[in-house]
Design a protein around this ligand. Structure first.
Ligand code: SF4
Length: 857
């Protein structure tokens, strides 16, 4: 075993160092550079440090270009996976997504650990068949799994003079055989492990995972401020699942206020070792959207993103025009949008329209080779002016480079995939971007490294914090590959295959952490959901202590500490000076639900963005029924018409209603028939009433409340043979109820308002519930039996008085400028309100309920 102290001398002398993974290679490279700087060198040759797989690939290339031996063609990882996919698809079995990647993994393992493929359970049997097919398909080629063996054949291999295998916990048999063969061919081959540092280790307990993460971030910042040159590691075992949370907490702690406008884009002092799927980077998502749109329709939500995207030509110049266009499209387009339809409507943004036309002209419906598709995508994106004029930030720039790499990778599938249809190519590209985890590179000297368990093994730091070491999480459970018999994996010595091997491996990793830094903190949390947790048995020997974690100010603290705070009264706006207000009775319903909602909507004219939906939504269905009833009673006039044959009126009223809503084709026919059925059933309800005459339909009426004139429209007013008039409001929703008229703060004050403002004598107010299967009146009347299912009020006069006082109170508050964020039923009222961004009610709730978060990643 080569001592670590000699490793750098070997490297400086030109030795090749191979590592188990890329991260360890990079970590060793950084250590080597620091070592050279420590020797006061200004320049030095880049050391030869690389993962074992990349080492084998390089030897292959050298042999290939030197023309040594008859070398088979080396498949790329993408080509390998494509062949596995084809083999699995040809088997006719229903296989889950990701099976091809798991098969490739099993194939690599079986070669690295010399496992003979034998039938085991169903999965292993299926894999054995697939592997046989795969072997046939790749007879003239070689893959990464078989490459080291191929290199050892004949005269293929010319090894470096000195090789060091660094930080391998266990050398898999294939790697060992390969290195032995190199030694036999004259190379000096050694092994070297990171040297354990004498460390101060403590164990720390926290109440929850969140508290633990906050503490780890504050600790890292404290250590960094004490020594800006320190190398700090924080291990988060479930980093992949908690990546967003980790990024948010570290950003908030390391740089409070990091996400404020104008805070700048300076690099953070920490780096996460695990990326997110390439597909989730907005620049890549947009590129895929352009390709998808060139081939077919998009949802409106996707089209809206495309129109507002900063990654298309003219995005800066036409920013305002495109925002306006988006608003207009919401009224004009349906839920699904074709490219020609968007072009036809894109007039207000001529640059956008021009590039959409170019994309349309490049539409390709023919199948072609993946490399031709890759070229086509580049041409398409060029036509779209991708990625726009704005200077990209570092993450965008790198994500775009990775996207080009992914396209290039797909382009290499020609030899294994044949030609692909537009759909197949899009699917393959999407899959590749979803499977590619990408993390923009941070500066090599980023001081705080946040790592998963695997990436942490073998890395060295000045300070190391390993979190999440509960008895449930550590040691890890056995995790054998599902496609290889478990017994064979255990017999081969794969540590993760069985409980014992896994325990031994995790014990070695724990010991490795203990020697990886001068200061080591092992932490765990003792509450999760509804269970109590204990520290992992592997860290019980480490003494538990209360760590002193510096308390850093949050952004809120910083703002308050400036003491430059003015208190603004935002619960009252200026009083209304106009004598007329748009919005009618909806103003008072909003005022009743939440004063801020009424203020925002009717004083500030804030309107939520509507998203188009296909077919009829609930509001349009309601409008259709209103149109039906308006037309029907326009023909019938009074209850005497119900004694004659009214079928022709029903047909005419239904026909007019669908025309008014501009419904067309088969859809219009269906709606017409549905409305006619509904009208027939509804008139049976009307037949039960004492005689009446319809005196007004959808009549506009102005009424004055608290000095402001509101205008409204009454669905219908009938003169009753029992005396007085009835106000009728058609309802198509599931649960209309006269309870919604009850003060204080009635949910639906419309009918009460009309009742108190009407010039006629009102003797009944009623909802007419017109829903198939649920047809009835409901409401209150002055006398008994005025209308079926409409109950006589206990005291009609006092009911009208109560309604009048409530209307005055609501109108008075609105007129005075009341704007308090005060939803009637707290967050239940907010659920369907679109003013969240303006009233910030959820922030208010969060502030009251828990520690504030300062925004998403
Ligand atoms: S979201 Fe809630 S608090 Fe905000 S305006 Fe709407 S109802 Fe009021």
């Amino acid at each position: 075993m080569l001592p670590k102290s000699e490793l750098f001398a070997r490297l400086a002398a030109g030795a090749t160092v191979v590592t188990p993974n890329r991260r360890l290679a990079q970590a060793l490279l950084r250590e080597f550079d620091a070592f050279q700087i420590g020797r006061n060198l200004a320049v030095w040759e880049a050391p030869d440090i690389l993962p074992f797989g990349a080492f084998a690939g390089r030897l292959y290339e050298e042999a290939y270009y030197a023309g040594r031996g008859e070398l088979k063609t080396l498949l790329t990882p993408g080509q390998e996976e494509q062949i596995w996919r084809q083999v699995i698809a040809a088997s006719g079995l229903l296989v889950l997504d990701g099976a091809a990647a798991r098969c490739r993994e099993a194939w690599n393992l079986s070669h690295a650990w010399r496992i003979r493929l034998v039938a085991g359970n169903d999965d292993a049997r299926a894999f054995q068949d697939w592997a046989a097919q795969y072997l046939k398909r790749t007879a003239g080629e070689v893959d990464a799994a078989r490459l080291p063996d191929l290199l050892l054949e004949g005269s293929n291999l010319e090894t470096p003079k000195a090789i060091v295998a660094y930080a391998f916990d266990i050398l898999p048999p294939q790697t060992r055989e390969f290195l032995d063969a190199c030694r036999a061919r004259g190379a000096q081959v050694d092994e070297c492990r990171p040297e354990a540092k004498p460390s101060r280790a403590v164990r720390a307990a926290y109440r929850s995972a969140k508290e633990e993460l906050d503490a780890a971030a504050a600790w890292a910042r404290g250590r960094l401020e004490a020594n800006p040159a320190a190398r700090i590691g924080v291990v988060v075992p479930d980093l992949e699942e908690r990546r967003r949370e980790v990024a948010r907490v570290f950003s908030r702690v390391m740089r409070p206020g990091f996400n404020l406008p104008g805070a700048g884009q300076a690099a953070m002092p920490f780096n996460l070792s695990i990326g997110i799927p390439l597909l989730q980077y907005p620049v890549v998502a947009l590129a895929l959207l352009v390709l998808e749109f060139s081939q077919g329709n998009l949802s409106f939500e996707q089209v809206s993103r495309l129109v507002r995207s900063p990654f298309l030509r003219g995005a800066e110049k036409e920013a305002a025009a495109r925002a306006q266009l988006d608003l207009r499209l919401r009224r004009k387009l349906g839920a699904t949008v074709s490219l020609p339809k968007l072009i036809a409507n894109a007039e207000p943004a001529p640059i956008l329209r021009g590039l959409l036309e170019k994309i349309y002209l490049l539409k390709n419906e023919k199948s072609q080779a993946p490399s031709a598709w890759a070229r086509h995508v580049s041409v398409l994106l060029d036509a779209a002016g991708f990625p726009g004029e704005r200077a990209p930030d570092s993450a965008e720039f790198q994500a775009r480079a990775k996207w080009h790499e992914a396209l290039g990778e797909l382009g290499k599938l020609d030899r294994v995939a044949g030609s692909l249809s537009p759909r197949e190519f899009l699917l393959a590209l999407r899959r590749l971007c979803a499977d590619t985890l990408f993390q923009p590179e941070s500066a090599a000297d980023t001081p705080v490294q946040v790592l998963g368990i695997l990436e942490s093994a073998g890395a060295g730091f000045d300070h190391l914090w390993v979190s999440g070491l509960t008895d449930e999480a550590w040691p890890l459970k056995a995790r054998p590959n599902p496609f290889l018999p478990v017994a064979a994996q255990k017999a081969a010595g794969i540590p993760e295959a069985g409980a014992e091997g896994s325990l031994a491996l995790d014990r070695r990793i724990t010991e490795g952490w203990l020697g990886a830094a001068d200061e080591v903190v092992f932490s765990f949390f003792n509450h999760a959901a509804d269970r109590e947790l204990a520290p992992s048995p592997l860290i019980l020997s480490v003494e538990e202590k209360n760590l002193e974690i510096p308390a850093f100010s949050t952004f809120r603290d910083l703002v308050f500490s400036k003491r430059n705070i003015r208190t603004l009264e935002d619960s009252v706006g200026p009083a209304v000076t106009a004598t007329q207000i748009k919005g009618g009775t909806r103003v008072l319903s909003d005022q009743s639900a939440c004063p801020f909602r009424a203020f925002a909507r009717w004083r500030l004219q804030a309107e939520p963005l509507q998203a188009p939906a296909d077919g009829l939504d609930a509001a349009k269905r309601g409008t259709l029924v209103h149109a039906l009833m308006k037309n029907l009673w326009g023909f019938l006039k009074d209850s005497s018409a119900l004694q004659a044959n009214f079928d022709s009126f029903i047909e005419k009223a239904a026909d007019l209603a669908v025309k008014e809503l501009e419904l067309e084709g088969r859809f219009a026919e269906l709606e017409r028939a549905r409305l006619a059925r509904l009208a027939r059933d509804w008139l049976e309800v009307e037949r039960q009433r004492p005689a009446f005459e319809v005196v007004s339909i959808e009549k506009s009426q102005a009424f004055n409340v608290a000095g402001i004139e509101f205008s409204g429209r009454i669905d219908r007013m009938d003169r009753l043979s029992t005396g007085g008039h009835a106000l009728i409001d058609y309802k198509t929703n599931r649960n209309p109820s006269p309870k919604s008229w009850e003060p204080p703060r009635p949910d639906d004050p419309q009918l009460p308002l009309y009742a108190v403002a009407a010039k006629e004598e009102i003797a009944a107010v009623a909802f007419a519930k017109v829903r198939p299967g649920e047809l009835r009146f409901m409401g209150f009347s002055q006398e008994k039996n005025a209308m079926p299912k409409v109950n006589p009020a206990k005291n009609w006069k006092s009911l009208l008085n109560d309604w009048k006082s409530e209307a005055e109170a609501l109108g008075g508050a609105f007129a005075a400028g009341a704007a308090r964020v005060d939803p009637k039923r707290e967050l239940a009222t907010c659920r369907y309100c679109a003013m969240h961004a303006l009233c910030r009610v959820y922030e208010k709730v969060n502030v009251l309920a828990e520690t504030p978060e300062e925004g998403e990643e």
